[in-house]
Design a protein around this ligand. Structure first.
Ligand code: AMP
Length: 402
């Protein structure tokens, strides 16, 4: 994915005065048992786009999905979020109890400049996920300009995320959020200032292999941490005890190391590890060489030498990608490796480097350890960011560009 921001049409290329912007947002927010919104991040992320339209003198017709409904279960109704959305956006949000049909079109007709209408859950219709063209056409009739600001679903070829764009040959664009996700991934993958370092952690090699293959052409340093490091250690002849391993990925691990060497990428693997006698925060622990883990023990975090080595590489980097934690950060006793990475990234960022966190559980880690505002950019889309890092063309992005 190498899209130049100046080639993209964004909402800033349009004046929405007296126009109805049909905006695909990602309001797939978490709700508690009382159907109250517990995290407003996604609504806040869409706010700049919505406010720009309103300030131009236009109105917003918002479409989103919520969860995975099967039969219009009320807990998946977007009506549940209307009050919170109104509070976050600072404007009363009107609601239409279906996203197509007479009620939706009447509500749109009656919408005045400065107003916001939220349509009911798109996924109450099977046609949404099927990418049905007729359904997309019906949706398209609800606005003058189509804006895609739903990064979280940009990797899906659904009716509202991709198929609909064909009905707006001229009047389609990226919202602020989607544009900045693209811009920030480009700062690593196409415009990154060297040395560029990717920290790839997480549980399994198999879920990150395409990312690693894609970034090997772009980075100077590849830090491999977390559970996947043990497959590399075992493939190199190490004793890894009960640590997480993908037996069938050992050859792949060696191939990655060979390919990195051929491309001149320095690979940094853990040298020591914090081991435990159980997958449990209260387990007994000790530190040992990653190649010499005793039987019945498992490596759950980066050891002190590894933390220092990783920090050194990170602090000497101008561009940093953090994708996947380097330990079982959810358990406090195995969070130090990931916290150390976060600290090194924030230090590098404070000194002027660019850092992007995205496409894995590293986003949760960065937020949990309160480093969100100490890195340059935290991506809002897990699967979508992962696919961008894999070099895939996302249907929701492609549809706006073509
Ligand atoms: P991912 O979604 O691929 O980024 O994987 C994140 C998960 O990897 C987190 O839930 C971590 O707890 C887990 N993880 C990291 N290091 C290890 C490890 N050494 N052993 C087992 N799981 C790990």
């Amino acid at each position: 994915m190498c899209l130049k921001i100046h080639a993209m049409k964004t909402i800033n290329d349009f004046n929405f005065r007296d126009k109805k912007a049909l905006i695909r947002v990602d309001f797939n927010v978490p709700l508690n048992d009382d159907l109250q919104v517990t995290d407003t991040t996604r609504i806040e992320a869409a706010k700049p786009t919505i406010i720009k339209v309103l300030e131009d003198g236009g109105s917003c017709v918002l479409m989103s999905h919520l969860g995975r409904p099967k039969n219009r279960e009320p807990e998946f109704s977007l009506k549940n979020i209307v009050e919170t959305a109104s509070d976050v956006l600072g404007v009363h949000v009107k609601f239409a109890s279906d996203c197509v049909g007479q009620e939706a079109s009447d509500a749109v007709t009656n919408l005045n400049p400065g107003e916001i209408l939220l349509l009911e859950n798109l996924r109450y219709h099977d046609s949404e996920k099927k990418g049905d063209v007729d359904f997309a056409k019906q949706l398209s009739e609800l606005g003058d300009i189509y804006v895609n600001d739903a990064f979280g679903t940009a990797h899906r070829a659904h009716a509202s995320t991709a198929v609909i764009a064909q009905f707006f040959p001229e009047n389609k664009c990226f919202g602020n959020l989607l544009a900045s996700e693209i811009e920030n991934v480009n700062k690593v993958l196409s415009d990154g200032e060297a040395p560029i370092t990717a920290i790839i952690g997480g549980a399994k090699v198999s879920s990150k292999i395409t990312v690693i293959e894609n970034i090997l052409d772009k980075v100077d340093n590849l830090i491999i941490g977390g559970g996947m490091a043990f497959t590399f250690a075992k493939a190199q002849g190490g004793q890894i005890g009960n640590s997480l391993v993908e037996e069938d990925k050992q050859d792949l691990a060696l191939d990655i190391l060979k390919s990195a060497q051929e491309k001149g990428v320095a690979v940094h693997l853990p040298v020591d590890t914090v081991i435990a006698d159980d997958f449990n925060n209260d387990a007994n622990t000790q530190t040992c060489d990653i190649m010499e883990i005793p039987d019945n023990w498992m490596g759950l975090d980066a050891g002190p030498q590894t933390r220092a080595k990783f920090a050194d590489v990170i602090k000497n980097s101008k561009t940093i990608l953090f994708n996947g934690p380097v330990g079982v950060f959810e358990m406090p006793n195995f969070a130090n490796g990931t916290i150390g990475v976060c600290e090194a990234i924030s230090e590098a960022t404070a000194a002027g480097s660019f850092s992007l966190v995205g496409g894995g559980d590293s986003v949760a880690a960065v937020k949990q350890f309160k480093f969100g505002d100490k890195v340059s950019y935290v991506s809002t889309g897990g699967g979508a960011m992962l696919e961008m890092l894999e070099g895939k063309t996302l249907p929701g992005i492609e549809a706006i560009l073509t």
